[in-house]
Design a protein around this ligand. Sequence first.
Ligand code: CDP
Length: 220
Amino acid sequence: MSLPPVIAIDGPTASGKGTVASLVAQKLGFHYLDSGALYRLVALASEKEGIDTQKGPELSLLVPKLLISFKNNQIILNGSDVTEAIRTESIGLRASVVAAHPEVRLALVDLQRSFRQLPGLVADGRDMASVIFPDAILKVFLTATAAARAERRYKQLIAKGISAKLEDLLQDLQARDARDSNRGAAPLVIAEGAKVLETSDLSIDQAVKTVLDWYQSAIA
Ligand code: CDP
């Protein structure tokens, strides 16, 4: 019996992959996996428990202890609503440090694959196409220039009432790109067979439509 179809959407920070992936999932009635949220949850838990971000094996032992549920756009960790708490820039940066440890990545593999359920899954992250779902029916690498991504992140934060500086965001984003691309374990790469979607000059609707068109061609 064949497994439910997966659309893998990978890309650098603030490329809009989360927004595009969740809209594509909605349109198709598919499940949605925000794999970055899992790394952010490990980052948050490690901060709460005072675990050093350099200690891969210790960090990985946290994973089986995390009781995570995604419900109505809320993320609950061990009984607390952490939806907002995991979205800060500092947790994002901490997540990229935590995510560089192969032990942490390995500990999260089964959890990520458990999201693959009928009628299908849209998964977003860095290694969805290369490592977690190498048999994805469609692989998309969604990207935009660093300047466009910093501007998007800036608008997102301001809209939430969080103060931010564009230059600081650009610097953080470049640091995160470098760490995600240069690490040994599952670096951010354009997977073999992935289609590149450059979104600097595309609206969200245009990006979503392109992915849906590609999916229709892939299953035809
Ligand atoms: O929203 P943003 O793209 O800034 O980050 P995210 O997707 O929530 O992921 C946070 C961090 O987790 C990234 O900077 C990556 O280092 C890491 N990550 C990863 O290594 N592999 C994934 N599949 C997803 C996220």
